[in-house]
Design a protein around this ligand. Sequence first.
Ligand code: FNR
Length: 203
Amino acid sequence: MPKHKIAIVVGSLRKESINRKVAKSICAFSDTLDCSIIEIGDLPLYNQDHEASPTEAVTRFRQQIAAADGVLFCTPEFNRGLPGALKNAIDVGSRPYGSSVWDKKPCAIVTASPSGIGGFGANHQLRQSCVFLNMPVMQQPEAYLGRVMDDSFDEAGRLKEGPLKDMVMQLAGAFAGWVDLIIRGRQLIAEDAAHVAKQSAAE
Ligand code: FNR
């Protein structure tokens, strides 16, 4: 299986974010994904009036997402929903109308929280936007990572050995398969359509 290019979008802007550390751990340990964390902290608040004159940060962000084969979201839950910074990034990527960079990108959602619920509310709120944006969202395994604390990570900020790391790496492996399935499926459909068109032209 080819190593697909994955844009990881972290929903927290905090330097010591546990979600960023989960994202960094996936980048460090996965041998099936080629990951880069795409920054969202410098994106201006979405304003339709400014669509025709995007800032450098908006252009950079949209290009980085457009260049990826898939998107992995790692986000906290804020007040049982999505952090505003992440929702803003989703809106920025979705417009101008008809030019969404999210369209058809396979994605997966990881939510991590010190609390037991593991960001379930944010996870599903984000899922709702992804479905609307025509992103095939990986359904299983789900990743509501609860009881994630600073001591879940080593001094380098990577997940320590244990069930949490095992669960995250299982998700990363499944996501590699999901992205491959979607991309190869599309290629096969395109090849099939080209073959049928060639046959019809020859008849
Ligand atoms: C939180 N936190 C939180 N946690 C949770 O599980 N459900 C929630 O609804 C909320 N709400 C919430 C709102 C706001 C404004 C803050 C700042 C925090 C706690 C949150 O999970 C915790 O601070 C995480 O450590 C934040 O994620 P990062 O920044 O460590 O990735």
